[in-house]
Ligand binder design. Structure first.
Ligand code: VGL
Ligand code: ZN
Length: 206
């Protein structure tokens, strides 16, 4: 696929807690770093997202006595998976991977910072309607075609990609730049939801 001057690379949650040794480590999560660093050289536009939770966030199992990580609960905005404490604001776990080349990023958007609601997507919180502001930014800047990479394929990349399509952006997920958590078939269902939504899936960009 040919990269155009106004294509955007969206780098989702490449943070220490999602990498080996982190609080919510994704298998081979750090393997995306060299791939993303290479891709970033090919794009004129790059945006980062950063999972950024206050301590005691409602998506943490520790906020729900008697529950355990990876369990699902019902919240006012729907089902929510509970996670180990991760990406707490200001901690090293919430920092970008130290080898991630962030210099070329024109915007870093933080999400999940309201204690009562989680936010997987770069565009909407988990009620699927409260905007993060990213869509307005992209429209103002005239950026229309998005290439998504990062962590995790089946959660934040998946939700971001489906929402991007819903908002009318051309959306491509680059598989070599993603890794998944894969809880109970979540990776397969994420790919089918993305395909249904009209997200394109490519292996890599050479
Ligand atoms: C993510 C679970 C919880 C992600 C963030 O970045 O995919 N997953 N918070
Ligand atoms: Zn999170």
């Amino acid at each position: 696929m040919q990269i155009r001057p106004d294509d955007l690379l969206v780098v989702v949650d490449v943070q220490n807690d999602f990498c080996p040794g982190g609080a919510l480590a994704v298998g081979e999560g750090d393997a995306v770093v060299p791939v993303i660093n290479r891709l970033s050289q090919q794009f004129n536009h790059m945006v980062l997202t950063q999972d950024w939770h206050p301590a005691g966030h409602s998506s943490f199992a520790t906020a729900h006595p008697g529950s355990a990580p990876f369990q699902t609960i019902i919240t006012p905005y729907g089902e929510q998976t509970l996670w180990p404490d991760h990406c707490v604001q200001g901690t090293s776990g919430a920092a970008f991977h130290p080898q991630l080349a962030t210099e070329r990023a024109e915007l870093a958007i933080r999400k999940g910072f309201r204690s009562q609601i989680d936010s997987y997507s770069a565009f909407f919180e988990n009620d699927r309607r409260t905007p993060t502001g990213l869509a307005g930014y992209l429209r103002d800047r005239g950026l229309q075609r998005l290439f998504l990479v990062g962590l995790a394929t089946d959660y934040c990349v998946h939700y971001s990609a489906v929402d991007a399509r819903r908002l009318g952006f051309e959306t491509i997920v680059v598989e070599s730049g993603c890794r998944a958590i894969d809880l109970a078939g979540s990776l397969a269902s994420a790919w089918s939801a993305m395909q249904q939504a009209g997200v394109q899936r490519i292996g890599d960009i050479s």
